[in-house]
Structures are given as structure tokens and as C-alpha cells.
Design a protein around this ligand. Sequence first.
Ligand SMILES: [Zn+2]
Ligand SMILES: [Zn+2]
Length: 143
Amino acid sequence: MNAENLYIEGGCYCGEIKYQIRLPVKWCAHCHCTQCRHTQGAPLVTWFGVDKSQFKLLCGEASLNWFASSESAKRAHCKTCGTPLFFMGEQWANEVHITRESTQQDIQLMPSVHVFYDRHVNYLTIDDKLLKKGGTNGFTILN
Ligand SMILES: [Zn+2]
Ligand SMILES: [Zn+2]
């Protein structure tokens, strides 16, 4: 990996918020949970995760709106354009989760799994060979 590929940048649609990630990302996954779907208005949300130490907010802190999406997790979006950006939860205390589509750059890792798959919507056909997880905690292997 050469130096220029060590970092990627992303941000919100209007450009007020920009972040930088130091590669490699730890994981990339499609999430079908109710909270992801409803808060982002989408049938599923693709996330990637990094350690907090790999994440840096470059600009836009004042535009970042954090809200509690459950008792143990919070999510952030841009106040101006609404782009969903980040998730932080007690279950992954040392990680920042970032929406895959908030960067147009190559994160150098493809999604490897569907989580909360048994809650998936019935109007989207998913026909891949990826691992499917679900159950009460969303992370029990289904297939
Ligand atoms: Zn924005
Ligand atoms: Zn989710």
C-alpha cells in the first residue's frame, strides 16, 4: 500500500462535514435493522467500521447533529443536508461506524455479511452469497 492509499476522505452531501479515515477499515456490512432503515429512509444501510484512533473529523463539528437512536447507541447526521454519517454504540465502544455511501472513495474492503437479515424488507431482492446473520441480537448466523 503506498502512502496516498493510506487515507480516505468522506463527508456529507452539502460539504460542511468532512472526515478522514486511516485504512485499513475493520469490517463492512449491510444492516437491515429497523433503526437503520427508518433513520436513513432506506431498505438497508451499508456500514464500515474503524477504531476511533483511525477516525478524524476534518471539519463541520458544529453541523454534526448527534441523537440517541436507542438507550445504548447514538447516530449523527448533517444538520444542513441530513446525510446520515456516523453510529457509535456501547456494544462497540472503541469503534466509529460510518455509512459506506458517505465516501465516494475506495475503502478497499467489500461488504462480507448481512446483519439483522431476518428483518429485511420484502420489496428488495437480495441474491448474493454473503453470510446472513439475524435473530434477537442481529448477529446469529442464519445460513
Ligand atoms: Zn451536509
Ligand atoms: Zn442497523
